[in-house]
Design a protein around this ligand. Structure first.
Ligand SMILES: Cc1cc2nc3c(=O)[nH]c(=O)nc-3n(C[C@H](O)[C@H](O)[C@H](O)COP(=O)(O)OP(=O)(O)OC[C@H]3O[C@@H](n4cnc5c(N)ncnc54)[C@H](O)[C@@H]3O)c2cc1C
Length: 247
């Protein structure tokens, strides 16, 4: 296995352009599991650990190379909260938000947060420069995304936002992970709340029903589709009630 160890973004983009089949390695907490189980045998790897250009964090822009350990103290309260739930201290020290986005697993804990905020994923290549894709254009399926073979994820970019739950468009955003091939928004449940901004008991029950209807879970060895639908509605309603009590 050939390993390139660039120390600047320009060097990463150059290496990516010259070896588009190479795997990018950030914390390695997803990629090395695949290697250890024999599911991936990369011939060449581009290691990102030395690339400080990917580790910046300035409010709306969170560099791909920022670790979960750093995000535990993010000013974005929901991000800090979810970062604390990722793996163990060792995983949070190594794993990055860019790796979570790169893997594009529907179970990636960072992804519903990006969906709730209508975040964009900023990517770049040597030959075509930088572009930004909305989260729902970026995530295209189970562990699939719109990143081209010569591109690198630079950052997650957030829109100008007021608070975690309610935004400048006055809507509650309902995002869910692990219950569809990609992170999803429950848009019919969102529309219900937009039409009834002070929900009563009936609205809350309908909200939970709509969420349960909108998710697209599977039955597998961990659980059934029916249970996952039910749990999605119950958990979304509980979270909404908690948010409404705080706003
Ligand atoms: C024991 C254990 C527990 C875990 N617990 C959780 C959990 O609770 N929640 C959760 O969401 N995840 C969990 N994970 C998965 C993993 O830790 C996260 O997805 C983490 O964010 C991956 O980041 P990384 O930097 O280690 O990615 P890596 O393994 O380095 O890379 C992952 C993928 O992203 C690509 N990639 C990395 N950086 C870039 C970039 N800048 N541009 C383009 N592509 C890039 C890589 O090529 C690779 O395909 C766990 C993993 C383990 C082993």
């Amino acid at each position: 296995m050939e390993i390139a160890r660039p120390s600047s973004l320009d060097e990463v983009l150059q290496a990516r352009a010259e070896t588009p089949g190479a795997d990018l390695l950030a914390g390695g907490t997803d990629l090395m599991v695949e290697v250890n189980f024999g599911h991936a045998r990369p011939e060449s790897v581009i290691a990102l650990r030395r690339v400080d250009d990917l580790k910046g964090e300035d409010g709306r822009r969170i560099g791909a190379g920022v670790s979960w350990a750093r995000l535990e103290s993010s000013p974005h309260r929901a991000l800090a909260q979810l970062a604390r739930t990722v793996g163990s201290p060792q995983i949070r020290a190594a794993g990055t938000i860019g790796g979570n986005i790169g893997t594009s697993s529907p179970a990636g804990d960072g992804l519903p947060w990006l969906a709730a905020l209508d975040a964009e994923i900023e990517v770049a290549s040597r030959d075509r420069g930088t572009r930004r894709l909305r989260w729902d254009d970026f995530f295209t399926g189970v562990k699939r995304n719109a990143l081209a073979p010569d591109e690198v994820i630079l950052a997650a970019v957030l829109p100008v936002a007021a608070c975690v739950v309610r935004y400048d468009d006055g809507r509650v955003h309902v995002a869910l992970g692990s219950v569809a091939p990609t992170p999803i928004r429950a848009t019919r449940a969102e529309e219900l709340l937009a039409s009834e901004p002070t929900p009563n008991e009936g609205t809350l029950a309908e909200f939970a029903r709509l969420v349960a209807e909108e998710v697209r879970p599977i039955t597998d060895h961990r659980s059934t589709e029916a249970y996952r639908r039910h749990a999605s509605g119950v958990l979304a309603r509980r979270l909404l009630e908690r948010c409404l009590a705080r706003c």
